[in-house]
Ligand binder design. Structure first.
Ligand SMILES: [Mg+2]
Length: 444
């Protein structure tokens, strides 16, 4: 798990090979009666490099499992044979997750030398506002992102509070993106300060993903005077955990063969999608770390947690097939709430106001702006209806969004005594800033 180089492999090959095919420890030295039972065991044999059993890997590649040394490509009429060696050439990807350190606060500290070394909290003033970012100095006092600003104030009395300046952060984020683009086109931004990069093939000819990550970090530091942490791994979820591992200003590499030693001792809470609730549920199965989770059968997990159970089964084996989707622009943002008891349209105002605030706050993190406001409702008998409005110029404040969302109630047109079980406030029809400002002019 050291910061070692990770050689570039051939990406596609017409043959299927295994390099590190491992029969599970319990199944080594099989008893004398070979045959069917062994075939079943080999099917379950785990390949460390590919983080899956022989059967899973074959399924994944569209091959039929025929026995320990025999894998047949189904798609080509079962004619090909291959031997278990170097399957990695087919499947190993190199993913980098880059996460800027305390991004908004760092930009503020960079641009105002007086703020350096001081606890800086980026948040709007107000009883209901939340912390957008906290400098590492402020974090020492326990201040964290997304905590109520009021609480942050109490924790750190001499913190410098600054209202967020998203246009400036967006501009810096674009500069960071330009650095990424020198290395790969496969960039999936998660927010202004985070992105996945697929560098299985990169544009600069650097030989390893580790070198690419190191170069990107150096370029961000030299050109933008900011620090970023990077994680390098064979898939997205591991890369994301890795970038957090040496934060701030760190680089951590999980090579394919290091996946198990890294993953198995981790608390399950580190897996994507495992929050407090899921953690508690898993505790009911005596699962606390990934190694415990791995002992659970697929059928049990699927039966208990449905599709997410299958995902858990894969995550526990370090498998994550999700692709880096370049620049998937946000189509819509929304927040919705189910009521404890069904309510009338006229009673919804406080909920709509609160949801509009959430939606608005989330939309501020987007580089593009939304033109359409959507009100979503679900009736007490589970009928979903939406009403939307596209004002001549995109909503420019939380108040405007709230006002439009509230007014959309008038267009529901149902019996005033109709009760609803859910309400949502959304923004959609996202456009680039330039387009959005030009667009209305076209029609006037
Ligand atoms: Mg960050």
């Amino acid at each position: 798990m050291v910061d070692e180089e990770w050689p570039t492999g051939v990406r596609r090959s017409s043959h299927l090979f295994f390099s590190r095919y491992q029969v599970p420890r319990a199944h080594r030295n099989p008893p004398r009666d070979r045959g069917l039972r062994d075939a079943r065991r080999h099917r379950q044999g785990f390949c460390r490099r590919h983080r899956g059993t022989a059967q899973e890997i074959c399924d994944d590649q569209g091959w039929a499992f025929r026995g320990f040394h025999e894998f047949v490509r189904v798609s080509e009429g079962n004619e090909g044979l291959a031997y278990p060696r170097a399957l990695n050439a087919l499947t190993v990807r190199k993913i980098i997750h880059i996460d800027m350190d305390a991004f908004y606060a760092s930009v503020e500290q960079r641009d105002d030398p007086q703020l350096r070394g001081k606890p800086v909290v980026v948040a709007w003033r107000g009883s209901r506002s939340v912390v957008c970012a906290a400098s590492y100095e402020a974090r020492q006092f326990g201040v964290r992102s997304a905590m109520p600003a009021v609480r942050a104030e109490r924790l750190c009395l001499n913190a410098v509070f600054l209202a967020p300046d998203f246009p400036r952060y967006r501009a810096v984020s674009r500069q960071v993106r330009e650095i990424f683009m020198r290395h790969t086109d496969l960039i999936e931004p998660l927010s202004l300060d985070e992105a996945y990069l697929d560098v299985t093939e990169n544009k600069t000819g650097l030989l390893t993903a580790t070198q690419v990550a190191r170069t990107i970090r150096e370029q961000i530091r030299a050109e933008l005077n900011l620090t970023a942490s990077a994680g390098v791994a064979p898939n997205k979820f591991l890369a994301k955990i890795a970038s957090d591992w040496r934060k701030p200003d760190g680089l951590f590499v999980i090579q394919p063969e290091d996946v198990d030693p890294f993953l198995l001792p981790l608390p399950v809470g580190r897996l994507p999608g495992v929050g407090r609730v899921m953690e508690e549920k898993l505790k009911g199965f005596d699962v606390e770390i990934v190694a415990d989770l791995r002992r659970m059968e697929l059928a049990t997990l699927e039966g208990r947690f449905g599709r997410y159970g299958v995902r858990l089964y894969e995550l526990a084996r370090g498998i994550d097939k999700s692709e880096v989707v370049p620049d998937r622009p946000t189509q819509s943002i929304s927040a919705e709430d189910t009521f404890e008891r069904d309510v009338l349209l006229t009673e919804m105002e406080p909920m709509i106001r609160r949801l509009a605030e959430h939606t608005w706050a989330a939309s501020r993190k987007e580089s593009r702006i939304a033109r359409t406001v959507v009100l979503k409702l679900k009736t007490s008998d589970f009928k979903i209806l939406t009403r939307s409005q596209t004002p001549p110029s995109p909503p420019s404040s939380c108040e405007e969004l709230t006002r439009i969302a509230l007014s959309l109630r008038e267009r529901v047109g149902l019996n005033p005594r109709q009760r609803f079980r859910l309400v949502g406030v959304g923004l959609s029809n996202f456009r680039d800033r330039e387009d959005a400002s030009v667009q209305p002019a076209l029609f006037t």
